[in-house]
Design a protein around this ligand. Sequence first.
Ligand code: C2E
Ligand code: CA
Ligand code: CA
Length: 569
Amino acid sequence: MALLESENRRLRRDEKMFRLLCETSNSAFIYYNYREDRIRTIANWDYFFDFSIENIKDFSRLYDKVEEKYAILLREGLFIENHNRDRESFEIQLKEKNLCVEVEVNIVYDADRKPTDKIIRFKDVTKINAQKDELTYMAYYDILTGLYNRNCFVRILGELLRKATREMRTVAVMFVDFDDFRRVNDGMGIIAGDEVIQLFGQYLSGLMSEQVVISHFSTDIYCIAIYDPCGARSVETIYQVIRERLKTPFRLTDGQEVTMTVSVGVSEYPEAASGTLELINCAEIVMFKAKSKGKDAIQYFDGAILEDFLQTVNIQTMLREVVFEQNFTMNYQPQYYAEDKRLRGVEALIRWKDDEGDSISPAVFIPIAEKNGTIVPIGNWVIEKSVQTYAHWRDTYHYPMLLSLNVSAVQCKQKDFIESLLQIIQKYDVSPEEIELEITETILIEDFGYISGRLARLRETGVKISLDDFGTGFSSLSYLKGLPIDTLKIDKSFVDTMLTDNNTKIIIESIIYMVKRLGYETIAEGVETEEQFAYLKDLSCDIIQGYYLGRPMPDEGIEELLEGLTAKV
Ligand code: C2E
Ligand code: CA
Ligand code: CA
């Protein structure tokens, strides 16, 4: 008796446990016992269905509840014992409740393979499926714009290239990059930035077709692939359509308006490259060219641009590995007073020989070093090396002259630039009056107030300032007035053509006239012939530098020169 009592208690406990399990499982069950021919619905039945099932016939009521295309699947699936199967699971969609339901059917057979019990489980998988969809979506689309993402774009582009090979067509890639996007992101906040990206993305998605695939590549970059570009889907047409749109500002939700422009690089398969990533890279590289041309422009692929780029990358790598004392040397080019050809001083010019002994022109590597910041240590090395050499000459030959040093904008903007320059000068016992810094207009333009303040401070110490390459930049004579400079260096390009081109002649004459009136000295550089020299002297240009009077030369060359001069004294 006690045994039966305890057995009953165990059964009640078990039953409670099973009921709890069912009820908390988010599922509903149909249990059917073949021998008793009895059907029970268990757990969350009401969640799925608003009718009950009492016998096998009622199963047909289930078919009405599912989307039509699932009806047969469900009917077959519920009676797998007809096919002597044990287990089956499939998904159906409930019509009214709009639920995605996983149905699992289990049959229990006896030793003679006769079905004894059937358990059907209905499980709500709507949420899981939505999450799965979202993950798939995220793998292919960009959330912000709804356009294809980078990965997906690369995949589709690969398919387009294969198709183009088969059909002997071309595929163009347009690399579209917002100009000055930082202005929006930093100035108006990233929410505004995101909105601009989104609005433009929405606009671009309207241009999509089977042949035109558009992706949001990264932050402010969109990539467009055009299969067989021609007619309405030619690169030029699409570019013009985009530019037309950009003429109207983007209106943000907070009412602000933003006008944007884009720079576009274009590469075409198979001309530019044969692989997807190379093709995109080529488009990106030429896009940078469009930017450097002044933005709001389109640039088509061109082998020379690629060459240039590869050279830049190559030089960047070499710059990282360069050993200053081993690879760099200094050359010095003499400057003379036009009046009596007396030596005025020397301009220090850096020379780079790589480990193979090939020289790389400073005109090529200095701009790259300026971009990647290596100009700062290089510039410091140049200053130290030249000042040291200069001090040695002065102590040996006692010839009074100037040392001209080229300084880049990046270098000049360094916080400790003035202090470290003065320190080096002091270290070699050179006085500031013996030093001249050659700066370019770009230094001034970038940050006029700050830089001219610095230059003024330098001039107070006695250092001279010379404005290099005059005429190649903004070169407005009117802004010269009041600049903290002593000397103005007329660019070689004027000297080159002044005797053959009348316009240049007029310009150079008026420059020299104006500059003298403003109280600055003038230097002409790149003077190669006697005629040029005579003409400039005639115009009362003060100083002459160029191959005609002396090429840039290593230390020994200048030493020979100074020896000759001091022997004469
Ligand atoms: P730059 O400052 O305008 O230097 C004058 C350039 O013209 C030098 O080229 C010089 O060798 C060349 N040159 C001088 N006279 C003649 C001539 O009569 N005919 C011809 N055809 N060329 C002449 P280089 O040495 O190749 O330097 C190129 C540029 O690289 C320089 O132009 C300067 O902007 C930069 N650079 C050179 N050394 C340094 C340096 O130490 N620091 C910085 N920041 N820039 C440097
Ligand atoms: Ca110079
Ligand atoms: Ca120059």
